[in-house]
Design a protein around this ligand. Structure first.
Ligand SMILES: [Fe+2]
Ligand SMILES: [Fe+2]
Length: 132
């Protein structure tokens, strides 16, 4: 059973964003599998990939936010910033050997991801598509 199941229902019809969201889901599923198998070295590597991909994805989205002049964009960017700090903090702690990643960490990533997608990214997509 996959940890996060991708479905058409969460697609935004903005190809670059759908592609990046899907990549994030795949990486998180991969990390979940590695966590179950306790593959410590691999866990560190995948988490680093997630941190890098998050940075890349948030940059893409924030460019779209600016270009499309999305109203009320501050809370959207703030959520990105907080989440990025959280995930990169997890990575730094694991890298420094201060803590281990837990399934609860991944569960909170999952909850954040879908909340953000539903409440923020969806609004951005609707705004962009309404201008076309
Ligand atoms: Fe976003
Ligand atoms: Fe997003």
């Amino acid at each position: 059973m996959e940890f996060i199941k991708w479905s058409k229902a969460v697609e935004l019809n903005i190809p670059i964003l759908d592609k990046q969201h899907k990549k994030m889901v795949n990486l998180t599923n991969q990390l979940h599998k590695e966590l179950e198998l306790n593959k410590k070295t691999q866990i560190k590597k995948t988490l680093k990939l997630i941190v890098d991909e998050l940075k890349n994805h948030f940059e893409t989205e924030e460019n779209l936010i600016d270009e499309s002049k999305l109203p009320n964009f501050i809370s959207h960017k703030l959520e990105h910033q907080r989440f990025y700090n959280k995930v990169s903090g997890l990575y730094q702690n694991i890298k420094a050997g201060k803590s281990n990643l837990t399934v609860d960490d991944l569960k909170s990533v999952k909850v954040w991801f879908f909340n953000h997608l539903d409440f923020k990214d969806k609004k951005l997509a609707e705004h962009i598509l309404s201008k076309k």
